[in-house]
Design a protein around this ligand. Structure first.
Ligand SMILES: Nc1nc2c(ncn2[C@@H]2O[C@H](COP(=O)(O)OP(=O)(O)O)[C@@H](O)[C@H]2O)c(=O)[nH]1
Ligand SMILES: [Mg+2]
Length: 289
């Protein structure tokens, strides 16, 4: 039974094997909210710093993550990645060239990657995403990177689950203002203007900085320029993230807002399961009346 297996996997943590973790995540996905019966998952002893990385598809989030992984591993840190994106190269959705590059980074012994489909059917981040991140905490990664693709609700919900959120934008999209309207301005703790090798990068940086200024957020939210595909600007960004990761964010995690957001996602997951089960038993729509 899934539940016995979870108990066993949680206890065998001494070895800290990624194979065990992979199995644990599969079991958690299966039993959903019941995973919280295990105190190790309900109240993890430690929190791994979670950086959410969000932005439009093709902005270079996965490329950026690959470079960040390399940087953190070189500094002796362990890195967990949750790719909440079915088209993520981490789940094999990329061109061959990309995949080879990822594999280079993933070869690293201290890196664990899991990809999951983007959303629960009722919208928002899936219950599984929340629960799996609890397992990441239990495994005590130094840093956990969460990639979400920019589709409205999921994109914004990243702030509920991450300790800090990086919003990745690119010059060619030309929709800096659009992004700001979509609420990204409010959730960003750091902006990354990637593909800075393309024209218009500096004006996007200026646009973001002006907007931050207008909101009196210029001192809180830095703006970095990167060319992820050429490993440019990564060092500065990574150093900033490392510094952020040292902060005490346990207060944040235990806040009422965060707990309620997670509760909502978990309840939604339960409801989805019930709907699926009930629908599977229905032979005539009359039964719904
Ligand atoms: N010119 C340029 N291309 C980049 C840069 N970063 C990533 N790319 C390319 O953009 C494409 C999409 O990157 P990917 O990381 O998959 O984007 P994601 O959808 O945001 O995860 C890939 O072909 C990358 O090689 C960059 O800084 N400059
Ligand atoms: Mg991606």
């Amino acid at each position: 039974m899934a539940e016995d297996k979870i108990g066993k996997l949680l206890k065998s943590k001494k070895k800290k094997s990624f194979q065990d973790l992979a199995q644990l995540l599969t079991q958690i996905d299966e039993i959903g909210i019941k995973s919280l019966k295990y105190k190790q998952l309900l109240n993890p002893e430690c929190f791994s710093f979670r950086l959410g990385i969000t932005g439009p598809p093709g902005a270079g989030k996965s490329t950026l993550i690959t470079q960040l992984i390399q940087h953190f591993c070189n500094n002796g840190m362990s890195v967990g990645v949750l790719a909440v994106d079915p088209s993520s190269p981490f789940s094999g959705g990329a061109l061959l060239g990309d995949r080879i590059r990822y594999q280079e980074a993933l070869h690293n012994q201290n890196v664990f990657v899991r990809s999951i489909g983007s959303r629960g059917s009722l919208g928002g981040l899936s219950a599984s995403a929340y629960l799996m991140l609890r397992a990441f905490d239990y495994w005590q990664f130094d840093i956990v990177l969460i990639e979400t693709v920019g589709v409205g609700q999921t994109e914004l919900e990243i702030m509920n689950v991450a300790d800090s959120t990086a919003v990745v934008l690119v010059p060619e999209s030309g929709d800096g203002i659009q992004m700001m309207k979509a609420g990204l301005m409010e959730i960003a703790d750091v902006f990354v203007v990637n593909k800075s090798d393309r024209p218009g990068a500096q004006s996007l940086v200026d646009e973001i900085k002006n907007e931050l200024h207008a909101r009196d957020q210029q001192d809180r939210v830095p703006v970095f320029s990167t060319v992820a595909s050429q490993n440019q600007g990564i060092e500065e960004l990574a150093k900033h993230i490392e510094k952020e990761s040292q902060k005490d964010f346990s207060f944040f995690r235990k806040s009422k807002d965060k707990i309620q957001a997670e509760a909502k996602a978990l309840l939604r997951g339960e409801l989805e399961q019930k709907i699926t089960q009930k629908a599977a038993r229905i032979k005539s729509l009359k039964e719904l009346l």
